[in-house]
Design a protein around this ligand. Sequence first.
Ligand code: CP
Ligand code: NVA
Length: 304
Amino acid sequence: MAAPRHLRTLEDLSSAELLTLVQRAEELRALRGTPEHPRPLAGKTVAIVLEKASTRTRVSFEAGVVDLGGFPTTLIARDTQMGRGEPLEDTARMLSSYVHAVVFRTFGHERVEALCAASSIPIINGLSDLFHPCQLLADLQTIWAEWGRLEGVEVAWIGDGNNMAHSWILAAGMTGLKLRLACPEGYDPDPAVLARGRARGAEIMVVRDPAEAAASADVVTTDVWASMGQEEESAQRERAFAGYLVDGGLMRRAKDHAIFLHCLPAHRGEEVAAEVIDGPWSRVWREAENRLHAQKALLELLVR
Ligand code: CP
Ligand code: NVA
């Protein structure tokens, strides 16, 4: 049997596949609810295994699998035998005999790699501490819907050099997006991930000043200051990220047509002002909707 294809990071796709997938996601958006909508997952089951909280990832995959004719089953890991210590590898072997793909949300990225290594079915990273590739599929679709291109679009990332920042870095490497990240000292992206993005020739800058990153940007984006698993660092992070609020003043430094993206959940008044996330710059609801369409395009590609 051919080895399964996984989505551990965006790099599991070719640049051409990534672009095709983004365009296919837009097609699926238009086909939703019509008789022409494809059902390639008929008779197939997809497990969604969650070791961290989720709203969007869970529901968009569940609804997407149903749209494609399949059956989703969601496991909250702490309520399964995994939560009582059953090895990940044993879980992988067993799930491989029941279902046709697994979406896995976890802490250390090595757990995604370990699940892939022990599985004979596609594994989709539904967020790890290091990457959140499914969110980038939706974010790239949202940019594509706005301007019909990705190459040369200038993106300003304001805040933590976290799993979302890392995913933007790989996306820049693969698509020719120009990326400027403004991160407080001590919260830069992982240098190894930066090197991976830059190795493909992408223009990726890390600066300290949010205004410098936002200047002339087409897209301004941010994320929470304390990610899942970092709750105990919240107070320290609030101090470190003071001055990294995306407000109207910062948005006005970007291009006149600039849009604001956020993977959600958001904290109004911390990383983003209500006037931005709830104002005319915001595309966050379309971005959240696009999780559904982009992941359906991904499932079409990976699940055989
Ligand atoms: N953006 C995102 O992944 O949302 P959830 O944590 O709700 O899945
Ligand atoms: N960086 C955030 C993203 C949530 C979708 C986290 O990991 O919690």
